[in-house]
Design a binder for this molecule. Structure first.
Ligand SMILES: Nc1nc2c(c(=O)[nH]1)N[C@H]1C(S)=C(S)[C@@H](COP(=O)(O)O)O[C@H]1N2
Ligand SMILES: [Mo]
Length: 406
């Protein structure tokens, strides 16, 4: 249905066919036929993603990674989840791309070309954890609406750019600044130019951290289109929805930013725990800030089989929002006892940390290896699902893999 309308209205007369040529025998085409060139593209090829990744939605594109694909210390593009609220911008012209800083709390709005940003300010590179606030949503009961993310909506790539704080200093911000909000070039699903798919932000204190970047490189290359080319706000350790892709404006606000997906149940959780399914009044909802402590076993893949007497080497990553992970443990007896893993320091603040352990099993049979991280404030991952909330955010329950010893 949809597709036929699309074809009738636009495709046959437009350059939507790759190469831009016109469809010569269009009038002879069977009704409802979709020319090969216009058939749904293969997302794995289009975005250079590992074919094991899971497509949760194609309008907009939402693609999830898997624990065992995230084994690299620096996540490559091929294993990075994609979370879009709208449609990826079309026809990006980098030469005319501008970043504008405006809002109630700037002395005078100012715009920079990408070349100006790159030349005027020192560049910094950090490895930063971006985890979707809804990662792990699919476990909640009653279920929460939205993409049913399993474990794979997290990555820790290397981002290069200039510090937002250096740019804000150059513009000059007023003393009443409390928040920043981003505006981006992606397109609302309705295609209405008056609507933004998402426009979130963070308190000014987070915006002014050294690691909060206006990034133009990811893993030493131009940022892939799906991840925000040509410019992205990157605020590690907070829900990744704060890290606006395809960034063109930062508004410095004298109040909490009120853009799309800042209010209601979006990226907000009950300020105090509630019973599963309970209705929560708007004023009792709080904006998610630093993400909770969490970890993933990225090797081996769940379901691994080994021989009796073999030692299993496990490894993975742990992260804790604004904090550092201080301790990493594993259990093979459903949490009755825990043993400590080796745990590395982060390469920089807000990066994930590597852990590893050598695991021995006492006899043949079925086991689960559970992993549990504890942050520098002594907060540990819960063994089972944490507090229910209407949109299913912040599931940081222990990751577990199945092991068979035969
Ligand atoms: N402009 C824009 N920025 C955005 C989004 C979006 O839809 N549009 N999605 C946000 C959300 S909810 C997440 S989880 C991350 C996902 O980043 P990724 O697609 O690079 O993994 O981007 C954030 N930034
Ligand atoms: Mo997200």
């Amino acid at each position: 249905m949809d597709r036929r309308k699309f074809l009738g209205n636009t495709l046959l007369t437009s350059a939507a066919l790759a190469g831009g040529g016109s469809l010569v025998y269009a009038h002879l085409m069977p009704e409802g036929y979709v020319p090969l060139m216009a058939q749904d593209p293969n997302p794995f090829e289009m975005f250079n993603k590992n074919k094991e990744m899971v497509v949760l939605n194609d309008k907009p594109w939402n693609i999830e990674s898997l624990a065992h694909l995230l084994n690299d210390n620096v996540t490559p593009n091929s294993a990075m989840f994609i979370r879009n609220n709208g449609l990826i911008p079309e026809n990006i012209d980098v030469d005319s791309w501008k970043l504008t800083i405006d809002g109630e709390s700037v002395e005078k709005p100012k715009s920079y070309s990408l070349a100006e940003l790159k030349n005027k300010f020192p560049q910094h590179t950090y490895q930063l954890v971006l985890e979707c606030g809804g990662n792990g949503r699919k476990e909640f009961n009653p279920p929460a609406k939205g993409n049913q993310w399993g474990l794979g909506a997290v990555h820790c790539a290397k981002w290069t750019g200039v510090r937002l704080k250096d740019v804000l200093e150059d513009v000059g911000i007023k003393g009443d600044a409390v928040y920043i909000g981003y505006h981006s070039a992606d397109i609302h699903l309705s295609r209405s130019p008056d609507k933004e798919p998402i426009s979130r932000g963070c308190p000014i204190e987070k915006a002014l951290q050294d690691e909060t970047l206006l990034a133009f490189k990811m893993n030493d290359e131009d940022i892939p289109l799906a991840h925000g080319y040509p410019l992205r706000l990157v605020a590690g350790g907070w829900p990744a929805s704060v890290s606006g892709k395809w960034l063109h404006t930062i508004s410095v606000r004298n109040k909490v930013h009120d853009g799309a997906k800042m209010i209601g149940t979006s990226y907000r959780v009950p300020c105090k725990p509630v019973a599963p399914g309970e209705k929560v009044a708007d004023e009792d909802m709080c904006i998610i800030e630093s993400m909770p402590v969490k970890s993933l076993i990225t090797y081996p893949k769940t379901g691994a089989v080994l021989k009796m007497g073999e030692t299993l080497s496990i490894n993975g990553h742990a992260w804790a929002g604004e904090l550092e992970v201080e301790k990493m443990e594993y259990s093979i007896d459903f949490g009755a006892t825990w043993k400590e893993c080796q745990l590395k320091k982060p390469v920089n603040r807000l990066s994930w940390q590597q852990f590893s352990a050598q695991v021995n099993f006492p006899e043949k049979g079925y086991y689960e290896v559970w992993a549990k991280a504890t942050d520098s404030k002594g907060e540990s991952q819960p063994m089972v699902l944490p507090g229910w909330n209407p949109k299913g955010y912040l599931n940081n329950a222990c990751h577990r893999i199945a092991i068979k010893v035969s």
